[in-house]
Write a protein of this length. Structure first.
Length: 256
């Protein structure tokens, strides 16, 4: 699928290099995630999100851009409607720092202040590099969960992610564009929430704090080898909200 999209993208670019424009802007909204502590609600916002971006618009349909985004995701078993999750009693908060390279495809020709269309729906896809650090509050202290290997696993604090999503743009005035979007990221890690597989052998954890953070249930349900997470290989996070941008048109051919 990605190979076919790239072929279409580069073919369209090669045919439309005469129409070029730069676009810069900012984004604000909310962030959420799907994973071991939220398996059923793909639209649950759990924190804020913000970012900046720059786009290179090859024509009124295709754009390539780079963005820098910040978001906060969190979840707590204590708030779950599922009794087993409440007994498990895990929680986390993760701050995400993302650099993304993304392509956008407009369904209608859209060049602010030039094209006849004042709005267009669009889709996006790309690749991202994300830094993450799951934390939890325990007994009044905040702990970086990765440092305590709560499942006996030493995982990285960075991951590759694949963004994909939809949005709609509207030319509000002159070269200013307001857009609303929902963009998911499939992360190539299952540890955005520090939960993935099974409970470890507590005797092999490196200190009492690791043991306490690994099994936060009141009845100490964490027998070695029993299920701790949902055993799925990837977590997913998303950013949703609004952006505002300004387009710098660099070729007079837009007006000809």
């Amino acid at each position: 699928m990605y190979k076919s999209l790239l072929i279409v993208l580069f073919t369209a670019i090669s045919l439309n290099l005469h129409a070029q424009a730069w676009e810069v802007g900012g984004f604000g909204g909310g962030a959420g995630y799907m994973g071991d502590l939220n398996q059923k609600n793909p639209l649950k916002v759990s924190g804020v999100a913000a970012g900046v971006f720059a786009w290179y618009n090859f024509n009124g349909y295709i754009s390539l851009g780079i963005g820098a985004n910040y978001g906060v995701i969190s979840a707590a078993d204590s708030l779950s409607s599922n009794l087993q999750n409440r007994i498990r009693n895990l929680s986390f908060t993760t701050r995400l720092l993302e650099t993304s390279f993304t392509a956008e495809f407009n369904f209608m020709e859209f060049v602010p202040s030039v094209s006849k269309n004042l709005y267009t729906p669009y889709i996006l896809f790309g690749i991202a590099y994300t830094n993450y650090n799951p934390q939890a509050n325990y007994m009044g202290e905040t702990y970086n969960l990765r440092d305590y290997q709560t499942e006996g696993v030493a995982y990285k604090n960075t991951t590759i992610a694949v963004p994909f999503g939809v949005g709609i743009k509207y030319n509000i005035a002159g070269r200013l564009t307001l857009a609303g979007s929902l963009g998911y990221r499939t992360a190539y890690t299952d540890y955005l929430d520090d939960v993935s597989g099974v409970y470890p052998n507590k005797a092999k954890l490196n200190n009492p704090v690791s043991v306490a953070l690994s099994d936060r249930s009141a009845t100490q349900i964490g027998t070695a080898g029993t299920q701790r997470g949902d055993l799925r290989p990837h977590d997913t996070y998303f950013f949703t909200g609004f952006s505002i941008s300004y387009t710098f048109i660099t070729q007079k051919c837009y007006y000809e």
